[in-house]
Design a protein around this ligand. Structure first.
Ligand code: FAD
Length: 265
C-alpha cells in the first residue's frame, strides 16, 4: 500500500520545527530516518496530515563530550554511532548492541532519537538508555527539559514526550574503568526485532539490568538487580531466575509468554 497524502515540511531550525508542531496541534509528526514511520504510514497505521522532516535541524546533530557524558544529537544515525571514535571509546555497550539493530540499510538511515521516540518494546536503544542511566533532552514551546530514561518509557509506543515536543539529544554517562557490560539478544534471524534481550552494566557491587522484547516496554527489574548486586556469579543468577516472574511477559504469534520468560532467563 501507499501512504495517505500528507504535507511535507522541512524546517531549518529547532524553533521552527517546534512552531510547526504547535501549529498543527497533534496532526503533524516528526520525520527522522523514516525507517519505522514510513512503513507505518504505508500500512496506514499512521496517517499524519504533515511530516516535519528534521534533516536540516542542525541542533539535533553531532556528538559532543560534556563532562562525564556524551551528548548525542537525536538525528545521529546508527551507522554514525557505530563509527564515532567517542562512542567506540566511551560507550562499549552501544558498540555491542548496534549490530543487532536491523540491517545495514536500516542502520544507514535510522536514528537514535527516532528509536527512543518510537519506544518499540523490542528495540535495543531504550534498554541501553535504562542500563546506562541516560537522560533524554527534549524541547517544546515552553523550553527544554531533561527526562531520566527511567521516567521516559511509559508503555507500548508510549513515552513522556508531549505531542509538541521533540527529542533534541540524549546524554549518556561514559563508561568508567571499573565498569563491565554485557549484551545478549535472541531473535528469529540476526537483525530481526528481539524475542528477548538483556543489557547489563556492573559498577563494582552494583548491577543494572534491562530487558527488551519481552513485555510492553524496555524495563529494569529492580528485584533482580538487588539480588545480583554484591554476588553476580552463576549460582546467584540461577537462584534469582524466579524473580523474572516480576515481569508481565508478552505472548504473540512469534513466541508465547512462557517462551519469552525462558529466553529471558
Ligand atoms: P522514524 O521512523 O522517522 O520515526 C519514528 C517515530 O519517532 C515517529 O513517530 C517520529 O515522529 C518520531 N520521532 C523521530 N525523531 C524524533 C525526535 N527527534 N523527536 C520526537 N519524535 C521523533 N529497530 C530496532 O531498534 N531494532 C531492530 O531490530 C529493528 N529492526 C528493524 C527491521 C526492519 C525491517 C525495519 C524496517 C525497521 C527496524 N527497526 C528496528 C526500526 C529502526 O531501527 C527505526 O529506524 C527506528 O526505530 C526509528 O528511527 P527512525 O530514525 O527511522 O525514526
Amino acid at each position: 500500500m501507499k501512504a495517505p497524502d500528507f504535507d511535507y515540511l522541512r524546517p531549518p531550525t529547532l524553533t521552527a520545527a517546534i512552531a510547526l508542531l504547535v501549529e498543527h496541534d497533534g496532526d503533524a509528526v516528526a520525520l527522522a530516518g523514516g525507517q519505522s514511520l514510513m512503513a507505518m504510514m504505508n500500512f496506514r497505521v499512521a496517517a499524519p496530515e504533515a511530516l516535519i522532516d528534521l534533516a536540516d535541524v542542525t541542533e539535533l546533530q553531532g556528538i559532543t563530550r560534556l563532562g562525564d557524558s556524551l551528548r548525542i544529537g537525536a538525528m545521529t544515525r546508527y551507522v554514525e554511532l557505530a563509527h564515532a571514535p567517542e562512542v567506540r571509546a566511551d560507550l562499549p555497550l552501544l558498540i555491542m548492541a548496534l549490530p543487532h539493530i536491523a540491517h545495514d540499510a536500516i542502520r544507514n538511515r535510522g536514528t537514535i532519537g527516532g528509536s527512543l521516540a518510537l519506544a518499540d518494546p523490542a528495540a535495543e536503544m531504550p534498554a541501553l538508555m535504562l542500563v546506562l542511566d541516560a537522560t533524554i533532552e527534549v524541547a517544546g514551546p515552553d523550553g527544554t527539559r531533561l527526562i531520566k530514561a527511567d521516567d521516559f518509557f511509559l508503555g507500548i509506543y508510549e513515552t513522556a514526550l508531549a505531542s509538541d515536543e521533540l527529542i533534541v539529544a540524549v546524554h549518556i554517562p561514559v563508561a568508567r574503568p571499573e565498569q563491565r557490560f554485557a549484551f545478549h539478544e535472541l531473535a528469529q534471524r540476526h537483525g530481526d526485532y528481539a524475542l528477548a534481550g538483556v543489557a547489563v552494566a556492573q559498577s563494582g557491587a552494583h548491577v543494572r539490568i534491562a530487558f527488551f522484547g519481552v513485555a510492553d516496554r524496555a524495563m529494569r527489574l529492580r528485584t533482580l538487580e538487588s539480588a545480583l548486586s554484591n554476588a553476580p556469579d552463576g549460582a546467584a543468577v540461577q537462584a534469582a531466575l524466579p524473580l523474572l516472574d516480576g515481569i508481565e511477559f508478552n505472548g504473540d504469534t512469534r513466541a508465547s509468554a512462557g517462551t519469552r520468560q525462558r529466553l529471558a532467563g
